[in-house]
Design a protein around this ligand. Sequence first.
Ligand code: AMP
Ligand code: GLY
Length: 417
Amino acid sequence: MKVLVIGSGGREHAIAHALSKSNKVTEIHAIPGNPGIASIGTCHKGSVEDLEGIKKFVEDYNIDLTVIGPEVPLCMGLADLLEASNHLVFGPKKFAATLEGSKAFSKDFMMRHNIPTAAYVETTNYEEACKALDKFSYPVVIKADGLAAGKGVVICESKVDATNTLKEMLIDGILDGAGSKVILEEFLTGFECSLLCFTDGKTIVPMVSAKDHKQIYDGNIGPNTGGMGTVSPNPFMPENMDEVLKRDILDPFMKGLKEDNMDYRGVIFIGLMIENNKAKVLEFNVRFGDPETQSILLRLDSDLFDIMYAVANKTLEQVPVKWSDEHVCCLVLASGGYPGSYEKGKVITGLNDVDDDIIVFHAGTKEENGCILTNGGRVLNICAKGQNLNEVREKVYKASSVIDFEGKYFRKDIGLA
Ligand code: AMP
Ligand code: GLY
């Protein structure tokens, strides 16, 4: 089978790596891919937003399954375009992808289908938004409605903070169209956790837990990033939550998909806040998390291609999804300055000198004249498997001193904080 992976990050490298273990997969292609993916498949120039170009590629290369990594092409309707020509796709259609593409849409979905979430107000008007602030205590959460590449959520400690943020989003337009509608939301306390699930719209299968570390600095301080590292299992996940999550979140979510006629075949990533063994949904993402996926897929004992093919064919209930009990740590090596501005094009050394049981996924790299150079904020994901958290932490931190580039930055407390 020929598989096409759309995207260029560590998540897509981890997906391609898991697919390469399947004896059914004969060819892996990626648009645009990265130098890590190029070592197990073929990368092709192109943009993830060039939907017609991707469709032409799928037809020219007789691709059997297209796996869409990032949210932008999902929200633009890539799955719809490919499926309209009978091509199999792993990734939800545009209407369902709006669960990530619009926070107002996803809040409305949650309210209508009794999925627990924070109380909120939605508005496009600055004066109305300022007035609505009176309904909330502080801190209050302000969210841009549209996709904002991780910059759309601001936790405001005071009324001054909140009115400034509302002005920036609604009047100054600092997030362009993404902030022309906002959600004001009650601040939830508790323990945050991500729940990723495979679903074909009929069956939903949760994956093993993972803990992301979103802030840039140790101790969970500083600005939010795409994610600085993950461990799986999530050491902070309370025991015996499975039944509660199924009853309170997954069952109403599946009922909601059916009632709203959403064609959902892919991954649903549910951001949760848990307190006193009760969960509320912070957000839906309509794709694998990055870097959660790097840890999670290294624990998958079943064939990822079989699962994805079954999801695309709506036969997920027939396929086993088994996980190993091992622990995994994924450490992000970032460019100094990230998530603010940073330099690119630094030579990366030591990639071939790490221990054999280290897996390095490429996240923001490029190849030039036989050298691997930095090409993004999050550059590499160093991953290791082992029997416990300490062992996997030791392995990845040892490798982090072997791999080097100018400005290399990483958190020291992945799995601990
Ligand atoms: P989101 O993109 O909606 O998940 O928001 C990004 C981050 O903001 C989350 O991972 C949380 O850490 C935080 N956050 C979002 N909504 C809330 C909320 N209602 N209460 C507390 N923290 C929140
Ligand atoms: N790591 C968080 C995300 O992928 O959205």
